[in-house]
Design a protein. Structure first.
Length: 134
């Protein structure tokens, strides 16, 4: 496992500071149309936009209810930025003489090779739904 160093902490802070999940609002909904959007502060990722079409704000409630999916998209975007940066930092900091030490492999959190997955002894019986009679 890599050492937690001030350089890694600084790298994480600088990347996450540049990639904040933002909710923007423009207009007042009365004299001008209301516009809302969810974006990343880096300006390269836009997750959703809603523009007022009528005084009843049709579709706004549904737009706001889907914020969880926008967070998921932002998390994927942040991971796509963090992983290469952290791997490069690992590679740069782990050179011993002329040889580079091996980088730890990524953990497949959803897969069977996840060392943190808890085995459940009652999985085969108690957690399955009963079968429907044919």
């Amino acid at each position: 496992m890599p050492d937690t160093s001030p350089a890694a902490g600084t790298l994480l802070e600088s990347i996450t500071a540049a990639h904040q999940f933002t909710h923007s609002t423009d207009g007042d909904g009365w004299s001008e149309r209301l516009l809302e959007s969810y974006d990343c502060s880096c300006g390269r990722s836009h997750y959703a936009i809603w523009v007022q079409e009528d005084p009843g704000l049709t579709g706004r409630k549904e737009f706001l209810e889907r914020v969880g999916s926008y967070w998921d998209e932002h998390s994927a975007h942040l991971a796509s930025v963090l992983v290469p940066a952290l791997e490069a930092a690992w590679d740069a900091g782990r050179t011993v003489g002329a040889e580079q030490t091996a980088r730890p492999t990524r953990i497949d959190l959803a897969g069977d090779r996840n060392p943190y997955r808890r085995s459940d002894p009652v999985r085969g019986s108690a957690l399955q739904f009963p079968r429907e009679a044919a």
